[in-house]
Design a protein around this ligand. Structure first.
Ligand SMILES: [Zn+2]
Length: 455
């Protein structure tokens, strides 16, 4: 290595720069993604924070560049295997002008090209490129296309944002047209949100600045511990750390929930996301349990913030063998856990009903359905839709009557002690705990800041 450096230093300055440029080019070619890799990478899964930002300056002498000439293509690429068909955009001598054109209502690529002084032949040639055709055929009013022309006004290339994260580059040189799709590096920033529930969970989530998708996601994460349809009370509170995605300093969406805490009627639950995409509590037990606390999505349940629900049959508050969820007819009903359907039929009292046996110990029952979607003998998975809420049988209004039976005894599905959930794999435990501790500490710190600032 030292010999190499000495050799390098002995070279004349000009040769040094050529050698450096060649080395850079080789490195770049080795790092560039294949088209397939670039096209198939799903940016929304948000594992994109380990990206490198390579700034390719492919002009041979940037000092000589004139203002208004082509800025080198910024290729922000991920460090994965690859080959490339990226071309060095231009020779030094050619003067390239880049102009932004806005797509107008009724525009096709042809019309826009014509406004840019380009020929139908240029339009035809560009649309012969697979990726260009695919994205430029769908241009929408308000979008922008950067068109590059040479000093004779001839087409030299274009750049088009396919999405917030991906952009298309078409270049034309002596060898003809080439195209590439690049991805911009997404920066993940940790964000905090938290609220105390005063009316209902949904409203509290919106007030805290969460999106509907994030609110549903939170309800899913805690769905084995909390019945969001019936058990949310005033004073319950939650805190969330989540990823926010930025491209060039601009927020472009949310990533995963990193960790969350939910306090429900004095009981507190923590959830931390691990690299396997699953959530675990701070001791490393899966949040996912054998039974969902509620077989109905909380957003559908109309009485989800009324602690004194009237029984839909008698109009009185009275104890009975089950829990009633009042929601519109047709609301999907989910199997609370994996199991086998031991009954799916109709009688005058229950209406359409489904019973699921989960083990020798546990059975769940779903009554008054408008529609049954499983047959006796079927195996069902947790969360599978087994029917739709209805008003069949002896009822005065539409609702799901839900029963939870443990060793033949009716129990309250929302409070019954359930078997402990699975622990994280022993081989991952230490790594998980090392992640969980500081994550929860950050969550608590943010939570305290929120409390302090709201006083
Ligand atoms: Zn009932």
């Amino acid at each position: 290595m030292r010999k190499l450096i000495t050799f390098y230093k002995s070279l004349p300055k000009k040769h040094q720069s050529i050698l450096a440029a060649v080395t850079l080019l080789v490195v770049v070619v080795l790092l560039l993604p294949t088209d397939d890799a670039a096209a198939s990478r799903d940016y929304d899964d948000s594992k994109s924070n380990q990206r490198i930002d390579l700034q390719l300056d492919l002009s041979s002498d940037s000092a000589q560049r004139q203002p208004n000439t082509l800025t080198p293509v910024r290729a922000n690429i991920s460090a994965s295997k690859a080959t490339s068909e990226v071309q060095a955009p231009t020779q030094t001598e050619t003067k390239i002008t880049e102009t932004s054109y806005t797509v107008e209502s009724g525009d096709s690529l042809g019309k826009l090209f014509s406004r840019a002084g380009l020929s139908p032949r240029d339009t035809y040639d560009v649309t012969q490129l697979a990726k260009a055709k695919k994205s430029l055929i769908k241009i929408m009013p308000g979008e922008h296309i950067l068109i590059r022309t040479n000093e004779n006004g001839q087409f030299a290339g274009l750049t088009y944002d396919i999405s917030k994260t991906k952009y298309l580059v078409v270049n034309k040189d002596d060898k003809g047209l080439s195209e590439s799709v690049f991805e911009r590096p997404v920066e993940m920033v940790e964000q905090f949100a938290g609220a105390t529930i005063t009316s209902n969970f949904w409203n509290a989530g919106i007030t805290a600045g969460l999106t509907p998708a994030q609110i549903m996601n939170l309800a899913e994460i805690f769905g084995w511990n909390v019945d969001f349809a019936l058990d949310i009370r005033k004073g319950d509170h939650f805190s969330v750390l989540y990823e926010k995605k930025y491209i060039d300093g601009e927020a472009v969406g949310n990533g995963n929930i990193i960790a969350a805490r939910f306090s429900n009627q004095g009981e507190s639950f923590d959830a931390i996301r691990y690299s396997d995409g699953q959530y675990y509590n701070s001791e490393g037990r899966a949040m996912k349990g054998a039974f969902l606390r509620s077989p109905v999505d909380f957003t559908r349940v109309s009485s989800n913030f009324n602690p004194r629900r009237l029984h839909p049959v008698t109009g009185n508050v009275r104890p009975h063998n089950g829990v009633d969820y009042v929601a519109p007819v047709g609301t999907p009903i989910k199997a609370a856990g994996n199991g086998r359907v031991v009954a799916s039929t109709y009688n005058n009292l229950n209406g359409n009903y489904v019973f699921i046996k989960h083990s020798d110990t546990y059975t769940t029952k779903y009554l008054h359905l408008s529609k049954r979607r499983v047959k006796k003998g079927d195996y069902v998975k947790q969360g599978q839709i087994i029917g739709n809420l209805g008003a069949t049988g002896r009822v005065t209004g539409a609702h799901l009557h839900y029963e939870f039976i443990v060793n033949g005894v009716h129990r309250n599905p929302r409070t019954v002690k359930l078997p402990k959930s699975e622990p994280i794999k022993a081989s991952e435990r230490e790594k998980f705990l090392a992640l969980a501790k500081p994550t929860i500490a950050r969550l608590e710190q943010q939570q305290q800041l929120r409390m302090a600032s709201s006083q």
